[in-house]
Design a protein around this ligand. Structure first.
Ligand code: GLY
Length: 352
């Protein structure tokens, strides 16, 4: 007999080892249902990137799924491509630091078949926070670990603490710092440029996957809002906000202004909308509409954007964003049995 706790530990362990745990007394029926819902294009990897960035990201995860590999192995392999890239300034190594000049990373992972999940927030010194989120899911009885505790947990599992601040990121931060105020003792930069042309960015990546048997998984990873107040946590490590997976319906992930996504449970909402019959593209647009409606009710002019990507149980995909333009519509990158393609989504408001 399992106690509640020991059963939970067993389930978590089983998820980590890829063991099939009989949840139902009728496993054969569950298997038949999976077969019926698996679409012809499976497996699928969907990431919240344009073609240039998305191709190598999707390739890494798809390679694993094409060989019949585990969906969490696949989405994390895809996320690692960006986390390790020093030229990506919004995720992992090379991410733009917080107000104090320290890179603090957020990530989460969710496994459809077991509904297990794990997350880290404000994690310093570890290049691949998605792997630590997975460890939280598989090697602890917790779901979210933050700050120095999350770092100690990573070190306990053999990870080394490294300096994540690249020279490029440090200079971007220094320019911001030196421009911040006339009322402090930091002199303006010699080139006198007041703002970085990109402003303050919320970069992030979501990777969603569905294997050839219809099992779903996802990961979201980010260095968060540029120059954030130390300790700020965005939507990316919050299950239901930056990521949500329901193995019976589909998976969704969010990028953009995390505060809006948290207060609308954006990814959970997107998956629920698919559960009510919307296509992934419609569900993503519905989540954007909800955020806009809440802000309009409060008289807030929309000067920010959020983007959602989603995949349903059949392997259909979609994306949508709040802001966009004809030249720069919301994009996502998809790799399935038919090859690689860029997904162009709808948007609600023309970007100025
Ligand atoms: N969506 C990423 C963040 O707000 O941190």
């Amino acid at each position: 007999m399992f106690t509640n706790l020991s059963r939970r530990r067993f389930l978590k362990l089983a998820a980590g080892l890829g063991v099939v745990v009989p949840f139902s007394k009728k496993p054969a029926m569950a298997k038949t249902k999976r077969k019926q819902t698996a679409g012809p294009a499976l497996p699928v990897i969907l990431s919240s990137r344009n073609a240039e960035w998305g191709r190598p990201v999707n390739r890494a995860g798809y390679k694993i799924l094409a060989k019949g590999g585990d969906v969490i192995d696949a989405v994390i392999a895809s996320a690692n491509v960006v986390e390790l890239d020093p030229n990506d300034d919004s995720v992992g190594y090379g991410g733009i630091p917080n107000e104090a000049g320290t890179v603090q990373l957020d990530a989460c992972v969710m496994h459809g078949p077991t509904h297990n999940c794990g997350a880290v927030a404000c994690l310093e010194g570890i290049k691949m926070p998605s792997k630590i989120a997975r460890l939280v899911m598989e090697r602890s009885d917790h779901i979210l670990m933050v700050g120095s505790g999350a770092q100690r947990f990573a070190v306990a599992h053999g990870y080394q603490v490294e300096n994540l601040l690249t020279e490029k990121a440090r200079l971007t931060w220094l320019k911001w710092k030196e421009n911040l105020s006339q009322d402090d003792d930091w002199l303006p930069p010699k080139d006198g440029i007041y703002r970085d042309s990109k402003g303050r960015v919320h970069g992030t990546i979501n990777v969603l996957g569905i294997d050839s048997t219809g099992n779903l998984g996802g990961v979201t990873t980010t260095s968060g809002l540029w120059f954030k107040i130390p300790g700020r946590v965005g939507d990316s490590p919050i299950i239901g906000a930056g990521l949500y997976v329901d193995n019976e319906i589909g998976a969704a992930g969010a990028t953009g202004r995390g505060e809006e996504v948290i207060r609308t449970c954006g990814s959970f909402y997107t998956v629920q909308m698919m559960g009510q019959g919307m296509t992934p593209a419609q569900a993503c647009l519905a989540a954007c509409k909800k955020i806009v409606a809440i802000n309009k009710r409060n008289g807030v002019e929309i000067g920010f954007s959020d983007k959602f990507i989603a995949v349903n149980k059949k392997g259909e995909v979609g994306c949508a964003a709040i802001l966009g333009s004809k030249k720069k519509p919301p994009l996502a990158a998809c790799r399935d049995k038919n090859g690689f393609r860029e997904i162009v989504g709808q948007y609600l408001i023309e970007r100025k």
